[in-house]
Design a protein around this ligand. Sequence first.
Ligand SMILES: Cc1cc2nc3c(=O)[nH]c(=O)nc-3n(C[C@H](O)[C@H](O)[C@H](O)COP(=O)(O)OP(=O)(O)OC[C@H]3O[C@@H](n4cnc5c(N)ncnc54)[C@H](O)[C@@H]3O)c2cc1C
Length: 380
Amino acid sequence: MLEELREGVRRVCARYPGRYWRELDARRAYPEEFVRELTEAGYLAALIPEEYGGAGLGVTEASVILEEIHRSGGNAAACHAQMYTMSVLLRHGSEAQRRTYLPEIAAGRLRLQAFGVTEPTTGSDTTHLRTTAIRKGDRYIVNGQKVFISRAEHSDLMVLLVRTTPLQEVVKKTEGLTVLLVDLREAVGRGLTIRPIRTMMNHATTELFFEDLEVPVENRIGEEGQGFRYILDGMNSERILIAAECIGDGRWFIDRAVAYAKERVVFGRPIGKNQGIQFPIAQAYVRVEAADRMRFDAAARFDAGEACGPQANMAKLLAAEASWEAANVALQTHGGFGFTEEFDIERKFRETRLYQVAPVSTNLVLAYIAEHVLGLPKSY
Ligand SMILES: Cc1cc2nc3c(=O)[nH]c(=O)nc-3n(C[C@H](O)[C@H](O)[C@H](O)COP(=O)(O)OP(=O)(O)OC[C@H]3O[C@@H](n4cnc5c(N)ncnc54)[C@H](O)[C@@H]3O)c2cc1C
């Protein structure tokens, strides 16, 4: 089953070679055609249950889809949020919300590609976020600012985390946060301004400014004040899916490094004959494979409805480190040619570096393991 899925994704990706991604990267443009084809093939609706028109698959299968995109040399960052925001809507949305949105998303008529959490002043300290939503009758009035909200210009809907009860009025700081489903088609120009941020890779990220944006109360997901818990659920699937992307990247880098090490002849022999070249590639391979095992462990737990916070975090950390190591090794193996655009190494090198920082930085993963798994005192 997984092998069939891999082959199907590979067939789509084969139509989008390095030159396609390179050209988009130069223009910092969105891969419209690729995302459309992936949607039409049903891959982005992997997690939507069959009764709503999706494929009814688990995070295990979804992670394999994203891994294959990265393994092909592409980048799923343009569309992965449709998968990792899905568990918030699926697990915590009302039946009416599921019936309204899921069939439209599955059919590709609606895009749910934006996830609005990070803020400029509070960063990783999510519970201190300052964007507020004050209830007035049947609407919430949203004010504040978000930063690094990716794909907001290419999405119809956004899962948004806001504070509905001031921090000083709640017992636990994780309380009083609420999730709203914002219809970006109605919001832009009516209280929401989106400004693109240019980054070192092609990522379609933006900053958002909310000024008295009205969101209907019926667009609230779950209960008011419980949003942090819902987002955490989504974050575990996000960490697993990002781990899979890193594993795809790692395998791509290793494939490329091995191929080049075999064919490049210097001093009368292939460079891959030197242990100084082959050992770092072998080491990176070992790390990618180890991370892969942790990814499947975390995904199986998630799909079984079990707690998987430690495994999802460890998978993300191991995979992000392994892909970065593989990127560095691939660059070194290619010598000067690694820096040229036509080999795609430099592009993927820039792209995979992100995952040490987003969606959660390595330090914050370590702080989580130290506190929640090892029982060490909270460090912040
Ligand atoms: C290209 C891109 C796309 C993104 N897309 C999205 C998106 O779609 N939606 C969204 O909500 N967010 C998004 N993000 C935001 C991303 O999740 C954050 O950048 C990330 O969580 C880190 O937050 P920060 O940048 O504010 O860093 P900060 O929180 O300011 O941290 C800066 C550094 O300090 C370290 N640090 C902070 N506190 C501690 C501590 N207590 N102990 C040890 N070290 C610490 C961090 O590890 C980090 O290395 C994106 C970011 C980027 C760059």
